[in-house]
Design a protein around this ligand. Structure first.
Ligand SMILES: O=C(O)C1=C[C@@H](OP(=O)(O)O)[C@@H](O)[C@H](O)C1
Ligand SMILES: C=C(OP(=O)(O)O)C(=O)O
Length: 430
């Protein structure tokens, strides 16, 4: 399915932010790793969260749900011996479950998205699990991946953090369940460090003890721990909301988004600070972000690694800013659903934006007068490309057509419904 985005000068209205994808996947996982019954209130409903739900069920968790909650009875440290798992296109779900699958005798993760997740590298986690005695067959670090585990060993484990934080998070979920204590050392750099804070927060809520160094590069994890069965409440999602806020910032708007906690550990809450630095009129109080856009924005410089999943939306806003913006430290955007530097900038250029790439930077020469539009966009299987190009389309001179926009459902199935409710001219077409 495609979407046609027709230029829309004004957006107005109120929406409830959808629920956080990253917290939902984590709460589902820790609930599955507990032995009792946990309840998750207001879970996200998207392809990625569905993937985690499907896989924990396959691994033996009992999952019941209604409109507002999911009730899960976990399998503790004894997942069922399944042959295959299908994580869809969900990177975090794959990486977290690769670690947990090492408690199973023989599991293969299938390759259902060869042109997206199938291209992403997992070598750093494969190496770390190898140090723990887990046997892994793989396609040069990529899917399909077969894990022959059973009894992974703790002890000293080294993992590289310069491609993704998800490898470290995966080890932090697994190691408390091992017989031995573990010591994890992160090598090189740690990208998306803020997301590890979300992992540690959820582990603590689940009653797990981890001793982390202040710089998050070293961990002592006592073994033989048990995940507690708990009740969890999922907060609103900043990465998805970043695109809505960017849309409000580039139009004449009066837009309110509820459920965005000011003190959230989601790095992408920085989208509010960045839009403020761009001189977008807005307030953020009591979990409510209120944008009163006048379409005028100033260029900005920002360390994108602090808010990795909001960078594409912030770049889309910068397309219409006065001056040159620079988003630096963003190399790991190249290893996401697509190459979010080269592929994304190619699509932006098609729409008429003036952008340049470096290995780890995105540079945007703003065009406050607007961009031409009138083109077809390739979504590259990437929900965040789809959301960001929509923002650009709202302020283009001519409509744009986003091919295969249904991939937005990876994280935000109701993105276009929300935009429509705010008055945007967006239409699904076959
Ligand atoms: O741990 C997580 O849930 C995530 C970590 C981040 O990935 P990287 O650590 O690969 O940057 C982020 O982009 C992704 O959407 C979700
Ligand atoms: C990169 C993302 O997710 P994942 O790595 O879990 O596929 C994302 O949601 O933007």
């Amino acid at each position: 399915m495609d979407v046609i985005v027709t230029p829309t000068p004004t957006l107005q209205g109120e929406i409830q932010a959808l629920s956080s994808k990253n917290y939902t996947t984590r709460y589902l996982l820790v609930a599955a790793l507990a032995e009792g019954t946990s309840t998750i209130y207001y879970p996200a409903h998207s392809e990625d969260s569905d993937a985690m739900r499907r896989c924990i069920r396959d691994l033996g968790a009992i999952v019941e749900e209604d409109d507002e909650k999911i009730v899960i009875t976990g399998f503790g440290r004894n997942p069922k011996a399944v042959d295959q798992l299908d994580v869809g296109n969900a990177g975090a779900v794959l990486r977290f479950l690769m670690a947990i699958a090492s408690l199973c005798p023989d599991v293969t993760f299938i390759n259902r998205y060869p042109d997206s997740l199938g291209k992403r590298p997992h070598n750093d986690l494969i190496d770390a699990l190898g140090q723990m005695g887990v046997k892994i067959e793989h396609n040069e670090g990529k899917l399909p991946i077969r894990i022959q585990g059973g009894a992974p060993k703790g002890g000293k484990i080294q993992v590289s953090g310069n491609v993704s934080s998800q490898f470290l998070s995966a080890l932090l979920f697994l190691t408390p369940l091992l017989e031995e204590d573990s010591e994890i050392e992160v090598l090189h750099d740690l990208k998306s460090k803020v997301v590890v804070g979300q992992t540690l927060e959820v582990l603590e809520q689940a009653g797990i003890v981890i001793h982390a160094s202040e710089d998050l590069m070293h961990y002592r994890v006592p073994g033989n721990q048990k995940y507690a069965a708990k009740n969890y409440v999922v907060q609103g999602d900043y990465p998805g909301s970043a695109a809505i806020l960017a849309a409000a910032a580039v139009t004449n708007s009066d837009v309110i988004v509820h459920r965005l906690e000011e003190n959230s550990k989601q790095g992408e809450r920085a989208v509010v600070d960045v839009l403020r630095m761009m001189e977008v009129p807005m307030t953020h109080e009591n979990g409510i972000v209120h944008v009163k856009g006048n379409g005028k924005l100033k260029a900005v410089e920002f360390d994108g690694d602090k808010a990795t999943d909001a960078v594409l939306a912030m770049v889309a806003a910068a397309v219409f800013a006065e001056g040159t913006s620079r988003f630096y430290d963003v190399e790991n955007l190249r290893y996401k659903e697509c190459d979010r530097i080269t592929d994304y900038l190619n699509e932006l250029r098609k729409a008429g934006a003036n952008v340049e790439e470096r290995q780890a930077e995105i540079i945007v020469h703003g065009r406050p007068e607007g961009v031409e539009g009138g083109v077809e966009i390739n979504a590259h299987y990437d929900h965040r490309v789809i959301m960001a190009l929509t923002v650009v389309g709202l302020r283009a001179k001519n409509p744009i057509r986003i091919r295969d926009a249904h991939h937005v459902a990876k994280s935000y199935p109701i993105y276009f419904d929300h935009l429509k409710a705010l008055g945007a001219n967006v239409e699904w077409v076959e």
